[in-house]
Design a protein. Structure first.
Length: 472
């Protein structure tokens, strides 16, 4: 998260303190609301019982809630196998918001679970996943004991190795599992030198028995499973009768295999995933909005997102902060703090909500200007349409006013927005800058001693009527 404030040293200190707390705290990983998490132990595959760990996360309410089983991948770094932050995976909040319980079973040797994964002696990569599938379904059997969980409606989800394991679960054709959601599923095993072909043959084995509907998400710049590999896997799967819908979402960042670690990933997968689930009668409507990011206001078309000069109330340093905001990754939000400065937030979970929280806790009057690539700022009153009467910076074209008025207009051109320049038939003029309703303020000041006051220029445009006849 980045945080930029200006013109108030006290606010800078308070905001930086807030930022330091959020980087490592719950607000960064997920919504700032209490979430019920249960740490459970179960015995795994009854034929190979060991003590295995699982986290169950429940939305607010009595349920019973349909179940999402979210299966993790595997890191090459042994130190990361504790998966301490997996229970804050961004997909959890996507499903919680739609009224699902979410279970996170930890594979053998991960997250405190006993035992070790089965490593194939050959390139039968599907065989290891089939063993993992038995452990995963043992977790579903255990969750059937919980009255708030509906294990008759299960969505099996996984990324990377977790996606490969989810496909293996699908091949069991357990009627409780309604759909498979595979995010760039696969496995790389050092003991298999023909890894690409082994993945294709493994997918063929899954497709031969699976009749569970599935949706596959793979990106074109995946650094582990390149496009030719996942395309071959998909073809092998469906050629054997597997039901699969493929979503090739193109390149994503530096590595599309990292999609689910990006807070902005929902814009990529949500439309196709929701259509897929809805077609199969599974919930997609948001029932628990406290778990999902705030929806941004609609675009106002006040200005282009890259138009730095159009942002109101900012001095030069704050405009630099806005330029930095434009280079920041999505999601992001930019707030104007009254007449004091700005706040720019990016990365993490819901920067929009985090920005409002900072403003609220510091007693600041904040106005939202932009979210992601969209300007959402709106004027307090309808904008006057620009005209072609004259160029905006041509002071000599302004009617009525004298040399002093033209000098005033030259000064007006350098002022920050919102701003308005108003003229009257008797040569009087008035300007306003830095007011939320600059037009209204300038008109009120001009009208105190004159009649017939009208706006000539507002912000960066001439708004005076084009036809000369309107000057009389």
């Amino acid at each position: 998260m980045s945080l930029r404030t200006l013109l108030s040293a006290l606010f800078v200190l308070a905001a930086l303190h807030q930022a330091a707390g959020e980087t490592a705290g719950p607000a960064y990983f997920g919504p700032d609301t209490p979430i019920e998490r249960l740490r459970l132990t179960y015995r795994g595959d009854p034929k190979r019982p060991v003590a295995m760990n699982m986290t169950l996360i429940l939305p607010e309410g009595p349920g019973p809630f349909p179940l999402v089983v979210l299966n993790h991948g595997s890191s090459l770094k042994k130190s990361e196998n504790d998966l301490k932050d997996f229970d804050r995976h961004l997909l959890i909040y996507y499903f919680l918001g739609r009224g699902y319980a979410v279970a996170l079973p930890f594979m053998r040797g991960y997250g405190g679970s006993s035992g070790k994964l089965t490593h194939p002696n050959t390139c039968r990569l599907d065989a290891m996943a089939q063993d993992n599938a038995q452990d995963i379904m043992a977790a579903v059997d255990h969750l059937a004991k919980f009255p708030r969980v509906d294990t008759s409606r299960v969505i099996m989800v996984g990324g990377s190795l977790g996606g490969w394991n989810a496909l293996a679960v699908g091949s069991l054709n357990d009627p409780r599992v309604k759909v498979i959601v595979n995010f760039y599923g696969g496995i790389r095993y050092s003991g298999c030198h023909a890894g690409d072909e082994a993945l294709r043959q493994g997918a063929r084995q899954f497709g031969r028995t699976s009749r569970t509907p599935s949706i596959w998400f793979y990106g074109d710049n995946d650094q582990i499973f390149p496009k030719p590999v996942f395309e071959a896997m998909y073809r092998a799967y469906v050629d054997e009768g597997g039901q699969a819908e493929r979503v090739a979402y193109g390149p994503f960042g530096a590595d599309s295999h990292l999609l689910l670690s990006d807070p902005d990933a929902a814009r990529v997968y949500a439309p196709r995933l929701e259509a897929f689930l809805s077609q199969r009668g599974l919930p997609t409507r948001i029932t628990h909005p406290q778990y999902v990011p705030l929806p941004p206001p609609p675009a106002t078309h006040y200005a282009a997102i890259e138009d730095v000069d159009a942002v109101p109330f900012l001095d030069a340093k704050n405009r630099d902060a806005y330029r930095a905001f434009l280079k920041a990754p999505l999601p992001r939000a930019f707030f104007i703090i009254g007449h004091k400065g700005s706040i720019a937030l990016d990365k993490g979970y819901d920067p929009l909500a985090r920005g409002y929280k900072i403003c609220r806790e510091n007693g600041l009057e904040c106005w939202l200007y932009a979210v992601n690539d969209t300007v959402v700022w709106s004027d307090p009153r309808p904008r006057l349409p620009a005209t072609a009467f004259a160029h905006y910076d041509d002071a000599s074209a302004i009617p009525y006013i004298d040399g002093k008025g033209r000098a005033g207009y030259e000064a007006f051109l350098k002022l920050p927005r919102p701003k308005a320049f108003v003229i009257a038939p008797n040569g009087a003029w008035m300007l306003a800058s830095g007011e939320r309703d600059a037009v209204g303020v300038a008109m009120e000041r001009c009208s105190r001693g004159q009649s017939g006051c009208k706006p000539y220029a507002v912000d960066g445009s001439v708004v005076w009527p084009e036809k000369a006849s309107t000057l009389h």
